[in-house]
Ligand binder design. Structure first.
Ligand code: ZN
Length: 405
């Protein structure tokens, strides 16, 4: 099969015109621009000779005709607000180009390529909705409950898009032999270490905990310091203590973030009665997440009751780490070596549809470098040479899979 690089790059540029925002895209799920992009993709799949449809959740799914086994390649085409042009789009159009090149070459095996763009990966309504639906983890009640920030339900969005009533595509154990997702790294590691292909070992687990300090509101001028039950100061002290604790038990891959802080009543001349912080932390290993969470509790035990302030922690989100298939990862690594591309084995710090698929189908991901590590911003970009190297490695991985059968 012969990859047509100008055609791949032209498709990427064309897809970026739907919801174009400067050098990036603003293509939130089920908006007119997102739906137009889906329709365009459907046409491109059909032109390529795939049996393509948009299903009842908005997944664009193109299957190779006349085969019983297939490698599924894909990602997503929705974006975050004012996001980059390659996040998700790259993996979908990699799949389209590999499928197209393979059909043009008149593939000699019974192993076809199926291509998919999963709906709402970025979670305008429900993160990973398309891949969850594809794998049977999104009930009609979930569709009803999922809402965007304006309170509009996913159900209503699907109605408006005209997708309601269509069957939902699902994975097929007898057909799908592997899921492959190419993606930009969205971080700086490949670039800073001079590597070209990231071989993803797993996708990090995510936990989010809200820590709340409860004290008492008082006049900030007249209340002596030793009589204050200052929830704000208690929270700041807590966070500082927690950072030091996390540093003691972290792994090299651990990351954490105090993403949101709120003081109530929130005035310069009032001692805060309540203070809250969202602590989010990620790691590819569940045991490390357990260790980090234990430190949150230990820090609560230390802080609780000091200077009359109560401290408690509530878990809000718990997503387990997802391992990638080691055999497929080894094939990607070998393919990269064959192209002379320096590789880096690395976890993914961001969530991807692959984390859902890997529970059912052997799944692997490859990363290509992000310039300056920038992503989820219109500044996101990747060298064209790296985009082309990435699809070469992906296509070689598919070849190796076909030969192995
Ligand atoms: Zn993405």
């Amino acid at each position: 099969m012969q990859i047509n690089y100008p055609r791949l790059l032209a498709d990427l540029r064309r897809l970026a015109t739907f919801g174009q925002a400067g050098s990036g895209v603003h293509r939130l799920s089920f908006t007119p621009e997102d739906r137009e992009a889906r329709h365009w993709l459907l046409q491109r799949m059909t032109e390529a000779g795939l049996d393509a449809q948009i299903d009842g959740i908005g997944n664009v799914y193109g299957q190779t005709k006349g085969v019983n086994k297939a490698v599924l390649i894909g990602s997503h085409t929705d974006s975050v607000p004012k996001g980059g042009w390659l996040d998700g789009a790259l993996g979908v159009l990699y799949g389209l180009e590999v499928a197209r090149a393979r059909l043009e070459a008149g593939a000699q095996t019974d192993l076809g390529i199926d291509v998919i763009s999963f709906a709402d990966e970025e979670g305008t309504y429900r993160a990973l909705a398309g891949s969850l639906s594809f794998c049977g983890h999104l009930s009609e009640a979930d569709v009803e409950a999922a809402k965007n920030q304006q309170g509009k339900s996913l159900r209503k969005a699907l109605n408006e898009a005209g997708y309601t009533g269509r069957p939902r595509a699902t994975w097929d154990l007898s057909r799908d032999v592997a899921y492959l997702e190419g993606h930009i790294e969205q971080g700086p590691r490949l670039e800073s270490e001079g590597k070209k292909i990231g071989v993803v070992t797993g996708i990090v687990g995510i936990r989010r905990v809200q820590v709340t300090c409860t004290g008492q509101a008082d006049h900030a001028g007249t209340t002596p310091m030793h009589l204050r039950k200052d929830a704000g100061s208690a929270l700041i002290k807590y966070c500082y203590d927690l950072m030091q604790r996390f540093d003691q038990v972290r792994s090299p891959d651990s990351v954490w973030n105090f993403g949101h802080v709120a003081f109530e009543p929130g005035a310069g001349n009032v001692v805060p009665s309540t203070a809250r912080v969202l602590v989010e932390f990620r790691d590819p290993v569940e045991a490390t997440l357990d260790r980090l969470q234990a430190e949150i509790q230990a820090a609560v035990a230390t802080a609780n009751g000091q200077r009359g302030v109560g401290v408690q922690a509530t878990e809000l989100i718990r997503i387990s780490p997802a391992e990638m298939d080691a055999n497929l990862a080894a094939l990607i690594e070998a393919a990269a070596r064959g192209r002379g591309a320096p590789t880096l084995r690395m976890p993914s710090g961001a969530g991807h549809d692959a984390m859902v698929l890997t529970r059912h189908v052997p799944t692997a991901m490859l990363f290509i470098p992000s310039i300056g590590g920038r992503s989820h911003d219109i500044a996101e970009d990747t060298d064209e040479a790296d985009i082309c190297l990435g699809i070469d490695v992906l296509a070689d991985t598919v070849r190796a899979l076909a030969e192995r059968r």
